[in-house]
Design a protein around this ligand. Structure first.
Ligand SMILES: NC(=O)c1ccc[n+]([C@@H]2O[C@H](COP(=O)([O-])OP(=O)(O)OC[C@H]3O[C@@H](n4cnc5c(N)ncnc54)[C@H](O)[C@@H]3O)[C@@H](O)[C@H]2O)c1
Length: 268
């Protein structure tokens, strides 16, 4: 299998290093908006070369993995699926717009391209996926993060909140998953994954809490419906190289890639 990884940051670099060790992966094309990052990563790997953009080797590529930004995901998704190439998306919030999602799904179906969305930084997506076969009354995500995860977030700055000075647990946002994904594009991709699996962006409720004492990015997923009820709590270690990204997100991308290259689907 030949891969293109778009975005060589925290997730992309861990994924590329893992892919380099997978016997099934023959070639890794790397691209980043900062060319030096792709070149630096390629120099540490055996199977990787740098390409200028995702389109450069698309005819020779079996799977594109986006690990960049929502903006990058929105730009490359239609191009990749229109060529019939499979794609894995990490910036899941890119799929918040209904019209965009519909058009990408239609294009992917017409061109026989698969879209893969790993569970990312949250546990419990297996139960959510199964339970959504029946009626779901309520899906709620409560996210708790420390101050380092919320620095440079325009919504927080506009509200006049100095994250370094918040002394006790404080609700920063409460609303729909659709709003959360737009306002916190680098923090709450899991809200998008949960929405896509469950009851959609407008019915899924999200609360974002700033806890000055916490060292983890935690997600409490609560649902109830025809199946019963479920509460699933994930306490994530933030990635040392990007505190907004949980380490589990990179692990989830690596495990998704293993399933794809081995065509082995346990616990789906
Ligand atoms: N699904 C999940 O649960 C989950 C969890 C954590 C992070 N994420 C998302 O995954 C994405 C990657 O996360 P990360 O921690 O690796 O981020 P990062 O900031 O560490 O790395 C992103 C890389 O992408 C590059 N980049 C930016 N725009 C680009 C473009 N247009 N084309 C090519 N490269 C571009 C940047 O230069 C950077 O090297 C982010 O959007 C993040 O919000 C998803």
């Amino acid at each position: 299998m030949r891969l293109t990884i778009v975005g060589c940051g925290s997730i992309g670099s861990k994924l590329a290093a893992a892919a380099d060790e997978m016997a099934e992966v023959k070639r890794i094309y790397l691209t980043d908006i900062i060319p030096g990052k792709a070149a630096d990563l390629a120099s540490k790997l055996r199977k990787a070369i740098v390409v200028d953009n995702v389109e450069e080797e698309l005819y020779h590529c079996d799977l594109v993995i986006e690990s960049a930004t929502q903006e990058a995901a929105r730009s490359i998704l239609p191009k990749v699926v229109a060529r019939g190439v499979d794609i894995m998306i990490m910036s899941v919030g890119a799929l918040v717009d209904d019209d965009f999602l519909r058009s990408v799904r239609e294009k992917a179906a017409a061109c026989e391209a698969r879209i893969y969305i790993p569970s990312g930084a949250i546990c419990g997506t297996d139960g959510l996926r199964s339970s959504s076969v029946g009626e779901l009354d309520n899906v709620e995500l409560i996210t708790t993060v420390g101050p380092r995860s919320l620095t440079d977030v325009p919504y927080v700055i506009d509200k006049g909140i100095d994250v370094g000075k918040v002394a006790e647990r404080t609700v920063i946002f409460s609303g729909t998953a659709g709003e959360a994904v737009r306002l916190f594009p680098k923090n709450i991709n899991v809200a998008a994954t949960v929405s896509l699996l469950g009851i959609g962006f407008e019915k899924t409720r999200v609360t974002l809490v700033l806890d000055p004492e916490t060292r983890s990015n935690s997600y409490e997923l609560r649902l109830n419906g025809e199946f019963g009820s479920m509460v699933c709590h994930t306490y994530n270690v933030p990635s040392p190289d990007n505190p907004k990204t949980s380490y589990l997100a990179a692990m989830s991308a690596i495990s998704a890639l293993k399933r794809i290259v081995r065509n082995e689907w346990i616990g789906i």
